[in-house]
Structure formats: structure tokens, C-alpha cells
Design a protein around this ligand. Structure first.
Ligand code: PGA
Length: 257
């Protein structure tokens, strides 16, 4: 397998003073995409990072300026073994942080099913459903402390597709804050692959805080390769990193300081 990119691009960097401004910037991008193209296909993320952005979109909907009625969404990932009504499942996160508050058609709001009978078959069908919807127009990403995007941990190849993965120790540790005890964190997840993500027409990665600065610097300025999965975004033609100053603080141009 070729781990070396045929092309390398420079992702755009948008660096704003605070996480509030960074979230508002991304919300504006999503809102204008939906307004210009009501049938757009969005890729969505979970975690603490997108919450303010989703709140902003909900506000716009409540004020009557934004409708999700014709939008299709595909979420990045889900824990294996958690049903959609489990409070720590990503389906539950999306319902409570976005879907329950807007007019999205539930049939078009896709999250991988962590309790599918045949997970491998479900993963293949998820990629197929994305293709049938016409592909993702705009994909939102966060980044893990180890550079993961979705649950593509270090070692993930550029052509990986939606599949079942084992979570790394750093991810288990970092996500244990959401569970009553570390043993309750699921050890496996179903995740879009790097190859799935790279097929999106446009990608925006949002990151805040000093604890993300090393992963961000590695992604943008380290080698492009599996050691930092977000670095694969430099093989994508239209990616933007939207950062607060703290998350940008280890970039060599000093823009985050
Ligand atoms: P966070 O997670 O938004 O909770 O920091 C991001 C990620 O791990 O991708």
C-alpha cells in the first residue's frame, strides 16, 4: 500500500482568538452551505469541540433563518456495543446536541449503528449510503491528542474505509471522562476511514486549546503519514483548519501567539 501522498496541499489556516469565534466561524460556513444548497450532504462530528457550533446552528434554526428539512448528514463514528439510546452513544449525543432541536428528517440523519448484527457489512453499507447520497459536500472534524480524526488512530492508512477499529490507549483515557469508570469505555468503534473522509468535497477541522497544539502542529507541519492521521488531510485539495490561538500555539509561523 502506498503510504506516501501523490500530491501535497497546504490546508488553509483560520486562527481566531477564542474558541467562541472559531465555533462561530464554522457555524457560519455550515449555515451558508445549507442556505446555498438546501439538499447538501454534511459530515458531522461528536465530542466537546463541535458543541458550540451546533448551538449556533440551533439558534439560527429557532430564529427561522435556517432549515435542515432537505439536508442529509453522516456522522463519523460510533462506539461498538452502545445502542442509540445509551447516553454515551454518539447517536444520543447528536440527538441531544443537534437533531432533536432542528427540522432534520430522521431518515436522513445517519450515525453508524454500534449494535449492528454484522458490523463489517454495516460498515460497507455506510460507505455505500454516502456514495448513493452523492458524497459528502462538507465534512466537520475534530482532532484527538494523538492526531486521530474520527476514530482513525495512528497507523490508519490513507485509503482506509468505514470499518471496525480498536481504540488506542490515549483515546480510551481521554474518553473515560464521559463514563463512570474507565472499564466502561468501549474498546472498539465503527468509524469512517481516512479514505472515506478524504472523498468529501470540502473538509473543515476545528480544534481548541493548548492540549491540541501538538497534534495540530504535527498534522500541519510534521511528516504526512500514518503517525498523525490528521496529516493525511494535506493530501486533500480543500481542507481548512479553524483554530483558536491556543491550538495554533505550536505552529512555526507563530500565528497562534
Ligand atoms: P473532543 O474530541 O472534541 O472531545 O476534544 C475530538 C476528537 O477526539 O476527535
Amino acid at each position: 500500500m502506498n503510504q506516501h501522498p501523490a500530491h501535497s496541499y497546504e490546508p488553509r489556516r483560520v486562527i481566531l482568538a477564542s474558541h467562541r469565534e472559531a465555533s462561530a466561524h464554522v457555524a457560519e460556513l455550515f449555515a451558508s452551505t445549507i442556505e446555498q444548497s438546501p439538499q447538501t450532504v454534511l459530515g458531522l462530528a461528536t465530542g466537546s469541540t463541535p458543541i458550540e457550533c451546533y448551538n449556533d446552528l440551533i439558534r439560527r434554526h429557532e430564529q427561522g433563518s435556517l432549515s435542515f428539512a432537505s439536508v442529509t448528514t453522516f456522522n463519523l463514528d460510533e462506539y461498538v456495543g452502545l445502542a442509540g439510546d445509551h447516553p454515551q452513544s454518539f447517536r444520543h449525543f447528536m440527538q441531544t446536541h443537534l437533531f432533536d432541536h432542528v427540522d432534520i428528517d430522521p431518515a436522513r440523519a445517519h450515525v453508524p449503528n454500534g449494535v449492528a448484527e454484522d458490523l463489517n457489512k454495516h460498515a460497507n453499507e455506510y460507505d455505500l449510503a454516502i456514495r448513493k447520497a452523492g458524497g459528502i459536500d462538507l465534512q466537520l472534524l475534530g482532532i484527538g491528542h494523538n492526531g486521530h480524526i474520527a476514530f482513525n488512530e495512528p497507523g490508519a492508512s490513507a485509503d482506509s474505509q468505514t470499518r471496525v477499529v480498536n481504540l488506542s490507549l490515549t483515546t480510551l483515557e481521554s474518553n473515560s471522562r464521559f463514563f463512570n469508570s474507565p472499564e466502561k469505555v468501549p474498546r472498539r468503534a465503527i468509524t469512517m476511514g481516512i479514505g472515506t473522509i478524504l472523498k468529501s468535497a470540502k473538509i473543515v477541522l476545528l480544534a481548541f486549546g493548548e492540549d491540541k497544539a501538538k497534534a495540530v502542529a504535527g498534522a500541519l507541519e510534521g511528516p504526512v503519514g500514518p503517525q498523525n492521521p490528521a496529516s493525511w488531510l494535506r493530501t486533500h485539495v480543500d481542507t481548512t483548519f479553524v483554530l483558536d490561538a491556543a491550538a495554533a500555539s505550536q505552529l512555526s509561523d507563530g500565528t497562534g501567539i
